[in-house]
Design a binder for this molecule. Structure first.
Ligand code: PPS
Length: 248
């Protein structure tokens, strides 16, 4: 799950829009460069052409946790650069729950879903919990891609210092640092940073209503148990990436 990198913050002629393709669950990897279209199923051909000197940017959070994704992306282009936005897995799980709750009124409580039988061990079969096991998912990718192909973006810093994190993304993609802190402002109503102007427009642009919604209250004891559960996985993730995300 990774978080939204405000795509508008990266818009410029070298960055081609990702196509919206017929979605076949996790079976289709959306938006490959046009040169591979011929080798794949007809869905690929819906892709826009990527011109020389352009970068095609595709954003599908679920790829990071999809077993088949590393092999398919590597088969398509082993040089693909991979950007993973991660946040504290406990907050991520609650955010995930808040999103499901907004679409499924009457959902059991967070606690009932997070622990087997509501009180037992942490239920790693629940996707909101499983997705936060970043070290495990990354292991799957590192079988095919070297660490140098990855950029890990801190979801927390994306909120506290959006220009800093977007700056790292621009460097990683070999783009000029066009977007800087003068492009962002803190919107007190939204409670998040927003762009002062959307590309081609003159009005400020915040992310939509589904980003940055209030979280349900989760008992402190539940949060503590989950934090303890994730600690060893987080440590492993810090070792693997060489980055301390400061979640513990
Ligand atoms: N600038 C800005 N504005 C609004 N929201 C921001 C921003 N930067 C990061 N975030 C965080 O993005 C979280 C939602 O991301 P999603 O997981 O829904 O994104 S995605 O659709 O999976 O890409 C969302 O999580 P929640 O707060 O749990 O809703 C935000 O915390």
């Amino acid at each position: 799950m990774p978080l939204p990198l405000q795509p508008a913050a990266l818009q410029r002629p070298q960055v081609a829009p990702a196509a919206i393709l017929a979605h076949l669950g996790h079976q289709v990897l959306r938006a490959p460069p046009s040169r591979v279209c011929a080798h794949f199923s007809p869905q690929w051909s819906l892709m826009p052409r990527t011109l020389d000197g352009q970068i095609t940017l595709e954003k599908t959070p679920s790829y990071f946790v999809t077993r088949e994704a590393p092999g398919r992306i590597h088969g398509m282009s082993p040089d693909t650069k991979l950007i993973v936005v991660v946040r504290n897995p406990v907050t991520r799980a609650i955010s995930d729950y808040a999103q499901t709750l907004s679409k499924t009124p009457g959902l059991p409580s967070f606690r009932a879903l997070a622990f087997r039988h509501g009180l037992g061990p942490v239920d790693t079969a629940w996707s909101a919990v499983r997705i936060g096991l970043y070290a495990q998912h990354l292991t799957n990718w590192l079988r095919l891609f070297p660490l140098s192909r990855f950029l890990f973006v801190s979801g927390e810093r994306l909120v506290s210092d959006p220009a800093g994190e977007v700056g790292r993304v621009q460097d990683f993609l070999g783009l000029k640092r066009v977007v800087t802190d003068k492009h962002f402002y803190f919107n007190a109503t939204k409670g998040f940073p927003c762009l002062k102007k959307a590309q081609g427009g003159s009005r400020p642009r915040c992310l939509g209503k589904s980003k940055g919604r209030p979280h349900p209250r989760v008992p402190e004891a539940v949060v503590r148990r989950l934090r303890d559960f994730y600690r060893p996985f987080n440590r492993r993730f810090y070792q693997m990436t060489g980055q301390d995300f400061g979640w513990d």
